[in-house]
Design a protein around this ligand. Sequence first.
Ligand SMILES: NC(=O)c1ccc[n+]([C@@H]2O[C@H](COP(=O)([O-])OP(=O)(O)OC[C@H]3O[C@@H](n4cnc5c(N)ncnc54)[C@H](O)[C@@H]3O)[C@@H](O)[C@H]2O)c1
Length: 359
Amino acid sequence: MSGFEDTLRGRSVFLTGHTGFTGSWLTSWLTALDCDVHGYALAPEMERSLFDLLGGASRYASSTLRDLNDHQALKAAMAEAKPSVVIHLAAQPLVRRSYRDPLETFASNVTGTASLLEAARNTDGVEAVVCITTDKVYANREWVYPYREVDTLGGKDPYSASKAAAEIVTASYQQTMAALGNGVKIATARGGNIIGGGDWSEDRLIPDFYRAAMAGEKLVIRSPDAIRPWQHVLSACHGYLAIAHDLLSAEGKFEKAWNIGPGDGAALTVREVLNLLAETSTAPEVVYEESHLPEAQTLKLDISKAVSGLAFMPPWNTEEAIRRTGEWYGSYADDPSEAAAMTDLQISDYRDALSETTR
Ligand SMILES: NC(=O)c1ccc[n+]([C@@H]2O[C@H](COP(=O)([O-])OP(=O)(O)OC[C@H]3O[C@@H](n4cnc5c(N)ncnc54)[C@H](O)[C@@H]3O)[C@@H](O)[C@H]2O)c1
């Protein structure tokens, strides 16, 4: 077992966004560590969700389906849960949707984060909060080199701007507000593009690929040459848990922002990911369309700080992440009732690979 798993084992964890894609995977990992997971999020929006596939509310010590901005409900749910760790995933995470509904995006991602931090600093027993933002928090300059945590925050589209704003809200709580409450330690994780089985979100490459493949429809691609730091959802969860471990054990030394991305610093174009996916699964026919919505073309992430400060090194590289994603959706297409078993198997494989690399 890895050191961060020892630290987290058996704890009460308050997890926002538990009905989403990452939250569902993280719940499986935390329950494997005998944690009591208390979820807080909105109900799943899509007919098909990983949350429901893996057993819905039955996996949770409590599951509250309310808005982050319903502050009284959030405070009450956290007080009832008595967590020592809070992991904040809940957000409106889609760039194209943020153009359609910027107010929803700013409300969920900015005041929603303030509501969460305010509840955490006023709840006895909360020691550590990990707020998940994104690699898109940096003012994108279309650089060919990767962004580091010291680079300027920015974000043109509403999603990126809302997450950069969430970084500023969190920094205010880190530096002042938390100290006025219960002294809770707070860090942020700026995650790269996440892939893995069971994501059914709209306008994301992997779900779009498998939706089209399963329905025998064409796959519409708008930015084939966009470069992103793709990582498996388990690598992202690994980074978030490593940050929680350090907040719990290092007396505030690690109250910082951390880039969490692929270990080899890899960044592939959308077209390269499509080619690798086609090696693992039957690919749909691809059609290319112009996009009228501005989105960054080149985005790479430097994770040197997490490697040296957290000993974070994901054992699966981007190719393996894509292969595992194909494996999950292949199993789902054959037999959807195997989703929980495949998820657990991949978590077990990831943890084994992690033990190998840290041995
Ligand atoms: N998926 C990626 O590629 C990626 C990359 C970097 C960072 N992130 C971040 O990781 C987090 C999780 O992303 P995901 O891909 O699992 O998203 P998801 O859409 O699958 O899940 C989002 C979750 O947030 C909840 N939520 C949204 N608005 C809410 C509100 N107002 N009140 C309460 N709950 C609310 C939803 O109900 C859901 O549980 C987000 O913060 C996202 O910005 C995702």
